[in-house]
Design a protein around this ligand. Sequence first.
Ligand code: SAH
Length: 377
Amino acid sequence: MTSLPVLPLSPDAPGRRPALPPRHLADLDLAGRQALVAELGEPAFRAKQLSTHYFGRLVRDPAGMTDLPAASRDRLAESLMPRLLTPVRELACDGGATRKALWRLHDGSLVESVLMGYPDRVTVCISSQAGCGMACPFCATGQAGLTRNLSTAEIVDQAVYLAGAAASGAVTGSPPRLSHVVFMGMGEPLANYSRVVEAVRRLCAPAPEGLGLSQRHVTVSTVGLVPAMRRLAGEGLSVTLALSLHAPDDELRDELVPVNQRWKVAEVLDAAWDYASRTGRRVSVEYAMIRDVNDQPWRADLLGQLLAGRLAHVNLIPLNPTPGSRWDASPKPVEREFVRRLREAGVSTTVRDTRGREIDGACGQLAASETGSADGR
Ligand code: SAH
């Protein structure tokens, strides 16, 4: 038993009893924080003070909040800023331009985030769930199954923590201010729908309510949960939707992205075009290039036919082979031919850079190596 308040169960996970963490100010909007502060017998303006520290100055340690009287500071910090993420490992590579963090959550679950610096921007890749239930066979996170949904604050805190690291100069050769967030870490964001949407609102609300990012600089990536994609199109958010397609035909996609057995390529693309037309945002189609599996010229042509004339961009991802996997990345000439055919069909296409390879930079591999669960797969 804990004396700390626990978030209510969400309709996103019927029948589940996830061990959600204690409530944190990032779970609430500013009005909610003010109400809570008042309940604690403190003046409501303290909510704004705390929020300014957390979202405006990226201060996470109550000891640094010297404008608050010590007694109130401790009480408020205990109720509104419990520690959600404990760093287990932090690794840097690419000459300091990429940093990866592995966190332990209050219940022992492990999740990862990656901070990536570019000359003109800083991006953080965050997790939305501990584990993932989507079971894509090429993805390290997919192998271990779902542990639980993250709370809104656990999602937001990854970005705030790493925004603080960036602000203190952790990313070599980049601006100090975090500008972009991608939901491409562990988990399926649209399977934790309400908390992820709430997290997006918090990341994009101006400080001190939130982190003040532009909605256009936030990308939500999905395996293609069609009803949730349609719901997201109606939220009035202008975030980028990334669709992990990985195959243009149902036969192969049924295997690579098992949720395709429920929602087929045609349905998922329909929902993507609906998202594009309702938001005006170009959909990013993710396609991991897997040698001799999905990289044939005919699949490039089929993909080109499906996407030509649509508000879409293809992002080819060289497969990051998971330990023990029978799959490998496509050879560069095969990749180049795939790109050439897509462009010939009039589809804008780029190949994603392979940041963080030597620190198991993507796809749940760091958490898997920590628990040993990737062995023998
Ligand atoms: N569940 C969401 C978001 C997390 S994964 C989704 O599937 O979209 C982010 C992206 O990384 C997805 O496109 C996913 O298919 C891809 N990915 C996962 N494992 C990979 C691997 N081993 N190599 C390359 N891309 C991978």
